[in-house]
Design a protein around this ligand. Structure first.
Ligand SMILES: Cc1cc2nc3c(=O)[nH]c(=O)nc-3n(C[C@H](O)[C@H](O)[C@H](O)COP(=O)(O)OP(=O)(O)OC[C@H]3O[C@@H](n4cnc5c(N)ncnc54)[C@H](O)[C@@H]3O)c2cc1C
Length: 111
């Protein structure tokens, strides 16, 4: 992914079990692949490496609704790999629920 400042982002790996947020050999392999595809990257300095936890609910669907056992608290999480695109719709569902008591949450997304 080329960035406007001239840097290039390379990613990403995906793992089900995570013991630490240190990046490892999987990212080394990814960088090697990027250089194989685009040899000009071989001389580019690595400015950063990072790992994060991508929130996933029980299913791959977002998890939205009242927080069981916590009156007045709500959950809007588990966006996983569709969270960016779903965020506006999730926000609308949560606003409808919290502000107007209207439940428009699809059955598969319920907390
Ligand atoms: C490591 C990682 C990888 C991901 N990868 C993908 C991906 O590849 N594709 C994809 O579609 N989704 C991905 N997601 C999920 C996606 O990022 C989320 O689903 C999405 O950002 C949720 O949007 P949101 O607006 O609901 O919440 P957020 O993006 O979390 O925004 C909430 C905002 O509210 C602010 N905030 C919190 N509390 C307060 C407060 N009290 N007052 C004011 N502001 C506050 C926070 O600072 C934040 O800016 C990933 C998430 C993570 C963590």
């Amino acid at each position: 992914m080329p960035h406007v400042d001239g840097s290039v982002g390379i990613g990403s790996t995906s793992e089900r079990e995570v013991a630490s947020l240190e990046t490892d050999a999987q990212l080394d392999a990814l960088c090697d692949k990027a250089v194989a595809i685009c040899p000009a990257l071989a001389s580019a300095p690595v400015v950063d490496r990072w790992a994060g936890i991508r929130p996933r609910a029980k299913s791959r669907a977002p998890l939205i609704g009242p927080w069981p056992g916590r009156e007045g608290h709500f959950v809007a999480n588990g966006g996983f790999k569709i969270g960016f695109g779903m965020a506006p719709a999730v926000a609308r569902m949560v606003a409808d629920l919290v502000l107007e008591g209207r439940d428009t949450i699809p059955e598969g997304f319920h907390s």
